[in-house]
Write a protein that binds this ligand. Sequence first.
Ligand SMILES: CC(C)(COP(=O)(O)OP(=O)(O)OC[C@H]1O[C@@H](n2cnc3c(N)ncnc32)[C@H](O)[C@@H]1OP(=O)(O)O)[C@@H](O)C(=O)NCCC(=O)NCCS
Length: 143
Amino acid sequence: MADTVVLTVPAFSTLCNEAFKLRRAVFIVEQKVPSDEEFDAFDLTAHHVVAIADGEVCGTLRIIHAEEHVKIGRVAVGNTWRGHGVASAMMTYAMNEHRSVRENRFYLTAQSDKIALYERFGFVAFGDEFPDGGMPHLAMKNY
Ligand SMILES: CC(C)(COP(=O)(O)OP(=O)(O)OC[C@H]1O[C@@H](n2cnc3c(N)ncnc32)[C@H](O)[C@@H]1OP(=O)(O)O)[C@@H](O)C(=O)NCCC(=O)NCCS
């Protein structure tokens, strides 16, 4: 696979808009998440991370500095880029960049069939399964 570059981009910059386009394709079109749930007010203040390979945005996630932890969300990789470590590269980058913000306390909610991805980064699922965007989810944290 081509070298992947991971970086943080300002909201509504050209690269961020490409990331939003990817989120729309992955979550709204592919996974049928209702469009009014996918984008929200957190997008205005979140830190948006993109992965670029072969000159295109192939992955994205967003980071929110909540009061008690750093929340990682909206992890998406374009379907032709999957299985090559793009999501893992973005997770490594995001946790390294934001580790000091809440003393290495990270939180996310994962689609239940994807928890193995986050377990690799020290996350452990807790609590009951709950629906979100029409899919079963589990809360996970690394602390
Ligand atoms: C889930 C997703 C982000 C993974 O991206 P990726 O770049 O392919 O992930 P990586 O190559 O870094 O995978 C690392 C590990 O995560 C786990 N993983 C990745 N995709 C998975 C999937 N679809 N189901 C279950 N586990 C998965 C595996 O353990 C994998 O390790 P392996 O390749 O040795 O088996 C991508 O498939 C995607 O965008 N899917 C649609 C949107 C989505 O489900 N987002 C996550 C919401 S929680």
